[in-house]
Design a protein around this ligand. Structure first.
Ligand code: ADP
Length: 489
């Protein structure tokens, strides 16, 4: 156990320790965060670069697939083919030949039949668009959203064909899957309304230079976090270690401070108890000496001496009882015998017991006439009320009234003790129920007490399923309330 004098030096040592850990920890933490962040930025740049390369390769592949005459090229998958000859567009599969004119007829507005194209569908829907392609591009490819088709005109040739969009998407995604193998992302082709909008995690879209109607988007595969953790395992574990050390030093600091504080309170308690014993004992010894010497013959004086000795002996006895109660609570050995008790009657008894100590009409009772039934250990609860009344007496001027009142509030029966004494500063109000704690004014003005009364009260009331509250204003007085559950029936 630390002695109170160690408080300063142990705090200094702990502060030094915290500084030695905290400062390098903070520097180390900043370095780790910076290195992880720059790694991330580099990785993201590398990824974007790789995606651009993939898009270039993909574009070349698409180009050669669409415009080459290979057996597995786009031509092989065409929905239909057409040929330009003698100022007409020939559709051999449909035995259809339509003139090449400058002005494309306006395409009909009703929707495109979904089944396989017929001569009618060709002339109504595809033909006007092929004319647009011939007029605007001469050669190349053009995507028509309503047709969901790409119409391709082979460069340097008089041949063309139409490809269904889903076929293009399927083919494109095969390439993209191959090109993205081994990376942390997957690519997919995005054509207007044919694909869902890119997911939030997607990068791009990358427009294809030769085919502005197609776009490529890249989706994160996930698992980036896990890879990140493995990559930076050392950095993360070091940060964790630093954090644990900082937290540990803080906890050690707190525990030691609490220990030191408790040890200080205990030592104050021992000196307060000694003091409480010493003054009545020495007064009793002096009086007994005089009585022994048989110098006092005046019967009034004799009666007075006996009264003083009795009062001091009672005071000592009350103190010993309180210390024993406290010891039992500390050892967890206290037992309460619960009876159905009228709180009003009990409060009146407690008040009467205190009356001769407080003297005169200072103690008053107010509030309900009763009965207010509770289940309680009669002796323990009466001690609690007496304790509050004695405190009110100790901490207020001799001419100030002290009021004990009982009321019923909701499901609780309440007894309160009010005084107009010195009051309790707000900062102390939370601590006065701690064991050994004594207020500053109490110690400064040498008011009798050892700092365990309210701790006992709180313990007893909580064991009864109730609670204690305090309202106080320094200089105006205090009001302590005991809230106890109502007895059934
Ligand atoms: P003590 O033996 O010091 O009275 P208690 O546990 O009964 O110990 O009270 C703890 C502290 O609460 C006291 O030291 C005092 O500062 C404060 N206190 C208790 N009751 C009152 C009161 N009625 N008025 C002002 N201060 C009080």
């Amino acid at each position: 156990m630390l002695a109170p004098g160690d408080l300063g030096s142990s705090r200094r040592a702990l502060l030094l320790f915290a500084l030695m850990v905290l400062l390098p920890g903070a520097v180390f933490g900043i370095l780790i965060v910076r290195s992880v962040r720059s790694d991330r930025v580099q990785a993201a740049e590398g990824e974007a670069q790789r995606q651009r390369q993939i898009v270039q390769v993909f574009e070349r592949e698409l180009n050669s697939w669409l415009f080459s005459l290979q057996a597995d090229g786009a031509r092989a998958r065409a929905v239909f083919k057409f040929r330009l000859a003698e100022g007409r567009i020939h559709f051999p599969e449909f035995e259809l030949a339509l003139p090449i004119v400058a002005q494309a007829p306006r395409p009909p507005t009703d929707s495109l039949p979904s089944d396989h194209p017929t001569a009618q569908v060709i002339s109504d829907f595809y033909y006007p668009r092929i004319l647009v392609l011939l007029r605007d591009f001469k050669a190349g490819a053009q995507y028509f959203l309503r047709l969901r088709s790409l119409i391709v005109l082979l460069p340097g040739s008089s041949e063309g064909y139409a490809i269904d969009a889903p076929q293009i998407v399927a083919r494109a995604n095969e390439w993209l899957a191959e090109l993205c193998a081994g990376t942390r992302f997957t690519g997919s082709l995005w054509i207007g309304d044919l694909q869902d909008r890119p997911a939030a995690a997607a990068a791009g879209p990358f427009a294809l230079a030769g085919f502005p109607f197609f776009q490529v988007v890249f989706h994160d595969n996930g698992g980036a976090g896990a890879r990140d953790v493995t990559q930076h395992a050392f950095a993360y574990s070091m940060s964790f270690l630093v954090l644990v050390t900082i937290l540990g030093s803080f906890l050690v600091f707190r525990t030691v401070s609490q220990d030191v504080r408790l040890s200080q309170l205990r030592s104050d308690f021992v000196s307060a108890v000694s003091h409480e014993f010493r003054s009545p004992l020495s007064s009793m010894l002096v009086l007994l000496e005089r009585l022994d010497a048989a110098r006092i013959r005046d019967p009034d004086k004799l009666a007075e001496y006996h009264a003083v000795i009795r009062r001091d002996a009672q005071r000592l006895s009350a103190l010993v009882t309180r210390l024993l109660d406290f010891a039992q609570i500390e050892n967890g050995k206290e037992r309460y015998a619960l009876d159905r008790v009228d709180l009003v009657a009990l409060a009146r008894e407690a008040l009467e017991a205190c009356r001769h100590r407080a003297g005169g009409d200072r103690l008053q009772f107010s509030g309900e006439a009763g009965p207010l039934w509770i289940l309680a250990d009669r002796t323990a609860l009466q001690d609690c009320i007496e304790n509050l009344v004695e405190n009110a007496v100790k901490y207020s001027a001799a001419d100030q009234p002290i009021v004990v009142a009982c009321t019923s509030v909701g499901g609780s029966q309440v007894v309160e003790v009010r005084d107009h004494g010195i009051g309790i500063p707000r900062a102390e109000q939370a601590r006065i129920f701690e064991k050994f704690y004594r207020g500053l004014r109490a110690t400064e003005t040498n008011v009798q007490g050892v700092g365990i009364g309210l701790a006992i009260v709180k313990h007893v009331i909580e064991c009864h399923g109730g609670s204690v509250s305090v309202a106080s204003e320094p200089g105006s007085g205090s009001r302590f309330r005991l809230h106890l559950p109502k007895a059934e029936g």
